[in-house]
Design a protein around this ligand. Sequence first.
Ligand code: PHE
Ligand code: FE
Length: 285
Amino acid sequence: MSLSATPPPGARSDWTIPQAWDSYTAAEHGVWDTLFARQTAMLKGRVSDAFLHGLDVLRLSEAGIPDFGELSERLTALTGWQVVAVPGLVPDDVFFDHLANRRFVAGRFIRRPDQLDYLEEPDVFHDVFGHVPLLADPAFADYMQAYGAGGLRAIRFGALEKLARLYWYTVEFGLIRQRGDLKLYGAGIVSSFGESIFALDDTSPNRIAFDLERVMRTDYRIDDYQQSYFVIDSFEELRRQTADADFAPLYGQLEGQADIAPDAILPSDRVLNRGTQRHARDRPR
Ligand code: PHE
Ligand code: FE
């Protein structure tokens, strides 16, 4: 497939740029170290085993912003994935094409010290700390590659909005049940100090058993913590329901169906926690 837009000056035709690891300042490495220490302390006992295992085998606890070349070497040996730098958000087809080829695109810049808690654009901490550990898990690694191929396919079916919701509610904001307990795995949660607590402990959000069709119909909020989280049983099961399935009939079926509001609960839902939605009410809209 031809790529839609022209990459910015300085970027290669696939939109990648050199990470230029040597040009990070000591202060920038320091921001990574601060965020890393704070998140890992808080995530202990809250995050999936697979995530902790990934941090460990990829040696992400070494000081400073990781060098994508070294990180890719470790990752390639485990699951065949690489991490490549991009200047910022890339067009959908470019993003999917990288995933389909087991390349994870990551921002190279890091947030400023006054943005530790929140920033609007994903930076290297979100992209690498949040996303990369799970790429060391074989089932999750397969899921992400298949998602990329599925994204290119969804563009042709005009179904990108539906498929993007699957990414949102799994890769970014997913919860997993592990030996009976809820744990975090979504990158948007695990890279956020506030949402790591909120998603697991707060009484406000719904926690609902993952259902593929249901998730693909559900709108999401980009401006606040989620009002519903969806809970998978394992990455193998997620892969089975998605990578090993043909979405074409599903897209057809979904076409006539109404979208579901982010806070809604349906009679057919398997609800683990019915949220009070107190947080959403307290926030000005
Ligand atoms: N198998 C899906 C399809 O037929 C693609 C997909 C794979 C979607 C993995 C999500 C995750 O389009
Ligand atoms: Fe992300």
